[in-house]
Write a protein that binds this ligand. Structure first.
Ligand SMILES: NC(=O)c1ccc[n+]([C@@H]2O[C@H](COP(=O)([O-])OP(=O)(O)OC[C@H]3O[C@@H](n4cnc5c(N)ncnc54)[C@H](O)[C@@H]3O)[C@@H](O)[C@H]2O)c1
Length: 475
């Protein structure tokens, strides 16, 4: 594995031939498949995929993939034979089993690779999959190290006909998309703040064997970006999407305060503030001592996001992907009728002991599928829809999305791979997200404000060293 983890000389030469690291930082991905590729797959209505990494996430993805018909599982790969056997029984297509991912990538029956290995291996596996001509779906966070941000961007132009999608499933949720439309249409006014949290109790527990047990990779900085990479990555991506921008800088405080005796070296609680252009801010909190999340009437523990504008707020939750699906509530902000100079009376009322706003009721966000279609719905369907709408309006039930966004992201990946479509969670989305993760960790480690343009120089030494090394070989 070691030789794969670092940038190879081959990567560096390709990177050097690309637009240049600094310039590349502001370019967009060239991942739209061209007509040549579309033709190659026109006869088939299924993409044949190989899934690499059949651990917890890989097996969950297979349980969803088993119900998706525009993809066919041709191969699986894992270092652990037991996990491979279990995963094969979950998908049930009698896939070819590999324990070396390069052999899977050489398999001509595989059109696309789904990458669900630990974070520190995302880049080498994704790079090799692209170079083997496969479409790639890589789990978040897309890359681990700063130099990998530059290297992947440098590789992209040579693989413009392949799809590269990142496992940021919120981008595929209809509720999150509806919220983004509310932001675009100004329904929430000027969106100034986003508050996100991911609270757990007891958080990640060390399995026996400590660092020598590969399943503990998340708990060690050598392999993991900690809570920032595993949890905050999803929600920072939502903030980038809602604000339509990347942060200018990040500040943060991380602590290893509860799980300090089991040998882990990542933080077990983190608090981050990202500043976006115009003074807009996103805050993120992850703790390991309490699973309370106050959004949506505390009905969904652990994680959630609140998007706050001058005219309203949306509380939104993706669901756990098993028992619960995405849901959201919209709170309208009563606008002040006029802003007049303060008087003695208003100054008193603005004191800390008075709440100036009355209680609010969250409104369900109605999706098109809840609306009654008088011409096409059967009598029973119409009655059911009226009953549900009544319950939603009374606040007795909160509507949920009717599909799991993980299913949507996977179907969409196969569809884009077949038709030359462009993924919503594309390489640039993934690299922006990875950059936020990397820089937030630097901010906590160095206890300082870290500016996002610092990424342009971070990791450059590694690339420069490798270039010098390459020059020695070619001299
Ligand atoms: N999108 C999401 O909501 C979400 C949720 C959970 C996990 N994830 C991501 O999925 C990835 C995997 O996480 P996990 O919880 O499944 O970890 P895990 O440890 O349970 O599984 C990783 C698997 O990869 C295998 N593996 C490691 N190196 C390999 C290699 N070189 N070749 C083949 N197999 C290899 C391991 O044997 C293991 O079975 C992580 O990047 C994680 O962040 C995403």
């Amino acid at each position: 594995m070691a030789q794969n983890d670092d940038l190879t000389r081959r990567d560096v030469m390709k990177l050097a031939g690309a637009a240049g690291i600094t310039a590349a930082a502001v370019t967009t991905a060239a991942t739209v498949a061209g007509p040549g590729f579309v033709k190659a797959h026109a006869q088939s209505n299924q993409i044949r995929y190989g899934l690499i990494g059949t651990g917890s996430r890989g097996t969950y993805l297979l349980s969803r993939l088993a119900k998706i018909d525009n993809g066919h599982c041709a191969a699986l790969c894992d270092l652990d034979a037991n996990s491979l056997d279990k995963a094969a029984s979950v998908i049930g297509t009698n896939p070819k089993k590999y324990n070396d991912y390069r052999e899977l990538l050489a398999d001509k029956n595989v059109d696309a690779a789904i990458v669900a290995v630990p974070l520190y291996e995302h880049f080498p596996v994704t790079r090799d999959a692209l170079q083997a001509g496969k479409h790639v779906f890589c789990e978040k966070s897309l890359v681990f190290k700063p130099e990998e941000v530059h290297a992947l961007r440098g590789l992209a132009p040579q693989h413009g006909k392949q799809v590269l999608q990142v496992g940021l499933q919120r981008r595929y949720s209809h509720y999150f998309q509806a919220t983004r439309q509310m932001v675009e249409k100004g329904i929430l006014g000027d969106v100034t703040h986003i508050h996100a949290m991911w609270h757990r109790n007891p958080g990640w527990v060390m399995r026996p064997g400590g660092k020598s047990n590969p399943r503990n990779w998340r708990l060690f900085r050598e392999f993991s970006g900690g809570l920032t990479a595993e949890l905050a990555s999803h929600q920072v991506d939502v903030a980038d999407w809602m604000f339509g921008a990347q942060p200018e800088f990040v500040m943060g405080l991380g602590g290893l305060d509860t799980w300090k005796n089991d040998g882990r070296d990542i933080f077990d609680n983190i608090q981050l503030i990202f500043q976006y252009p115009g003074g807009r801010k996103m805050t993120f909190s992850a703790i390991s001592t309490n699973s309370h999340c106050p959004f949506l009437g505390a009905s969904r523990p652990e994680f959630g996001i609140c998007i706050m504008g001058t005219a309203g707020a949306v509380e939104i939750n993706i669901g756990d992907g098993q028992k619960t699906l995405p849901t959201a509530l919209w709170y309208r902000e009563p606008r002040p009728t006029s802003i007049s100079p303060a008087t003695e009376k208003t100054i008193t009322e603005a004191g800390a002991t008075f709440a100036l706003a009355g209680p609010r009721k969250g409104l369900p966000i109605r999706m098109p599928q809840y609306e009654v279609d008088k011409d096409n719905d059967s009598f029973i369907t119409r009655e059911l829809k009226y009953a549900r709408l009544w319950l939603y309006q009374k606040g007795v039930m909160i509507p949920e999305e009717d599909v799991n966004p993980v299913d949507t992201e996977l179907q969409s990946f196969f569809h884009d791979s077949m038709t030359g479509g462009h993924p919503k969670a594309d390489m640039e989305v993934g690299l922006a997200d990875s950059t936020a993760v990397i820089l937030a960790n630097v901010a906590m480690d160095e206890n300082r404000r870290v500016y996002f343009n610092e990424i342009q120089n971070l990791g450059k030494d590694k690339v420069n060293d490798a270039l010098k090394e390459e020059a020695k070989h070619t001299a």
